[in-house]
Design a protein around this ligand. Structure first.
Ligand SMILES: N[C@@H](CCC(=O)N[C@@H](CS)C(=O)NCC(=O)O)C(=O)O
Length: 216
């Protein structure tokens, strides 16, 4: 598959997921920096690419797409044998289930509820007990589904690429770090994932310029 274009931001979880898929599938891509929270700086016509005003968006040979899973499946089907989608029906269903758990529960609660809620600037502060409870539940469910050494078992899949960026940010919040330590299998899985070249190549700005706080 020849080079594709991805519109997104290095700070964005879903942009990173799309980049992880491209890295793991060994597809070359150009990242057009698109800061969705600074509407005045968007590339010209960006809202035609993504009418719902989110990132990432994608283009390959004039074919435009948005929604990270659609991008991932398009890339994988073009590449042929990426190894990122399991062979069996139950494993594929489990993978999709984990992807949707990440989209619908992990991302809103662990990233927006805990990470942004606790560390995201002026509005940040102590978390509501309900948020902490929800975060605990998300981790507990994910650990139940974790087969090891990867989420689905022996091989890396889209499920791993969906969850890892969420947990990387979550771990920067003190509450996130404390909660994750209650789930040692997920914690060691995350450490292994973070050592992969794809994760190294797509680090968040925060990972490249850690503050003293992050080492705690
Ligand atoms: N369902 C979308 C979600 C994308 C998404 O939520 N992206 C975030 C950044 S990680 C975003 O653009 N947020 C901007 C906003 O909600 O205003 C996908 O799978 O691509």
């Amino acid at each position: 598959m020849d080079q594709v274009t991805l519109y997104g931001a290095t700070y964005s979880v879903f942009t990173r997921i799309a980049r992880l898929v491209l890295e793991e599938a060994r597809v070359g891509y150009r990242l057009v920096e698109t800061d969705i929270f600074d509407r005045d700086s968007l590339p010209p016509g960006y809202l035609d690419r993504h009418p719902f005003g989110k990132i990432p968006a994608f283009e390959h040979q004039g074919f435009r797409l948005f929604e990270t899973d659609a991008i991932a499946r398009y890339v994988i089907e073009n590449v042929g044998d990426s190894g990122l989608v399991p062979e069996t029906v139950p494993a594929r269903a489990r993978m999709t289930q984990i992807q949707r758990i990440v989209d619908n529960y992990a991302y809103p609660v662990l990233v927006w509820g805990v990470y942004v809620g606790e560390t995201g600037g002026e509005e940040a502060g102590p978390l509501a007990a309900e948020t902490v409870e929800q975060a605990h539940k998300v981790l507990a469910v994910l650990e139940t589904l974790w087969a090891g050494p990867y989420l689905l078992g022996a091989a890396l899949s889209l499920a791993d690429l969906w969850l890892a960026p969420v947990l990387v940010l979550f771990r920067y919040a003190p509450t996130g770090r404390a909660l994750l330590s209650e789930f040692p299998e997920l914690e060691s899985w995350l450490q292994r994932l973070q050592a992969r070249p794809s994760m190294q190549a797509t680090r968040f700005p925060r990972e490249l310029a850690p503050s003293a706080q992050d080492a705690l």
